[in-house]
Design a protein around this ligand. Structure first.
Ligand SMILES: *Cc1c(COP(=O)(O)O)cnc(C)c1O
Length: 416
């Protein structure tokens, strides 16, 4: 039985999968089961931030696997504490506390639960709790019931109603729409600094500042979803700092790139006081309020610690900016009419395509046509919405590797 047949018979068909069978990887290079070589600018959707099988990550996993893979959060886990300190001290650089989950959706669920707790502690005038979280159209926050309800895309929610109540979606980058958005029950605003799945749309500095100001004015939590954008990918440890460095979030979620491929996510809550008694926001999630059996176990924390230290010590965020410049300059020099725009920051880039110039068969999007062509030519990239392809190379990608991958992109677009 072929792998495809085995899938068909035994795995729920939730994904439309390509026939490609990845077998082995090294850095941004990937080989399939037939030995064909690819430049991997998909990296498991911004997960393998150090590329495939980075020696430091492999060694950290190997060493920890031989020592202790898992133990319960009933006990002390030194690597979890060390990872939280690394995140707070070197990446967020604001006083706060971390909870470890296994994915981005769970991390966002944690933020949503925190917003509800906050809304109980800081209720409406009549004493009833605030609970509403404002999010944005074209956002993506995950697939759990909570994070899916937070996601401002009908296609993600189709057939799953009733959704979790307490979300409203506003147009992204629309400062005027913020003005009348807040209601008595509103407790928080959750947004991606750069929308990933929604097509690589960056928040403007003015918009991010306006959101932060609105949160201050109405006593709302400012929650930032850095699941795809965080930990160096956008050119700073935190993507929101690339956009408006003076903004101070109340909560942040991460996953994808922080583990380099092991399943780990996390959310962070600020230590800031939320009332006159000096109650810290982070204290609202006290003993018994939240949990995860696997969350932050020794194995994933050892891996994530290796990844985050490598990103920091090698200054890969700055490298991402240099590589972004190279990518933008190269692509612009081609003057191809099919490329209408390059969006994003660092190595979270979207190449927007003119759908009128791409022959697209029924049931496919222009982005998928291009993705398939590039795969055939040996370059892996994911789509982002119907008309945009994403470039998500590892953060340590070299200039030569960028040049080789872009040559394939050019060849593929010319062939189409
Ligand atoms: C991928 C993603 C999520 C969901 O993460 P999972 O690990 O798939 O649950 C949430 N938010 C953003 C911005 C993402 O890109």
């Amino acid at each position: 039985m072929s792998t495809a047949e085995q899938f068909q018979q035994h795995v729920l068909p939730t994904y439309g999968r390509f026939a490609l069978v990845p077998e082995r990887g090294e850095g941004c290079h990937l080989w399939d089961a037939d030995g064909k070589h690819y430049y991997d600018f998909c990296t498991g959707i911004a997960v393998c931030s150090l590329g495939h099988c980075h020696p430091r990550l492999v060694e950290a996993i190997r060493e920890q696997a031989g020592k202790l893979i898992h133990c319960s959060n009933l006990y002390q886990i030194p690597l979890q504490a060390e990872l939280a300190e690394e995140i707070n001290t070197h990446h967020v650089r604001l006083p706060g506390k971390v909870f470890f989950s296994n994915s981005g959706a769970e991390a966002n669920d944690g933020l949503i639960k925190s917003a509800r707790r906050f809304g109980h502690k800081r209720p409406q005038e009549d004493g009833s709790p605030r609970y509403e979280v404002l999010t944005f159209l074209q956002s993506f926050h995950g697939r759990t019931l909570g994070s899916m309800s937070a996601t401002g895309q009908a296609k993600i929610q189709e057939g799953f109603d009733p959704l979790l109540p307490g979300f409203r979606y506003l147009p992204y980058n629309d400062i005027a729409a913020l003005e009348h958005a807040v209601r008595p029950e509103t407790a928080a605003i959750l947004l991606e600094p750069i929308q990933g799945e929604g097509g690589i749309n960056s928040a403007t500095p003015e918009f991010l500042r306006a959101v932060a100001a609105l949160c201050k004015k109405h006593d709302l939590l400012l929650l930032i979803d850095e699941v795809q954008a965080g930990f160096g990918r956008c050119g700073d440890a935190m993507a929101w700092r690339m956009i408006a460095p003076e903004v101070e979030p109340d909560g942040i979620s991460w996953a994808k790139g922080m583990g380099g491929g092991v399943p780990i996510g996390s959310f962070w809550l600020s230590d800031r006081a939320i009332d006159a008694d000096g109650t810290a926001l982070s204290s609202l999630m006290g003993p018994g309020s939240h949990g995860s059996t696997y969350g932050g176990n020794p194995l994933v924390c050892a891996a994530s610690l290796a990844v985050l230290k490598e990103i920091r010590e090698q200054n890969l965020a700055s490298h991402a900016i240099r590589m972004e410049t190279r990518i933008r300059e190269t692509i612009l020099s081609w003057k191809l009419p099919v490329i209408t725009e390059i969006r994003g920051s660092g190595l979270l880039l979207g190449v927007a395509l003119d759908p009128a110039l791409i022959p697209t068969p029924e049931g496919k999007t222009p982005a998928l046509v291009v993705v398939s062509k590039l795969m055939e030519l040996g370059l892996l990239v994911p789509p982002a919405g119907p008309n945009t392809i994403r470039l998500l190379p590892p953060l340590n990608v070299s200039a030569d590797e960028i040049d080789a991958a872009l040559a394939i992109l050019r060849k593929g677009l010319n062939a189409i």
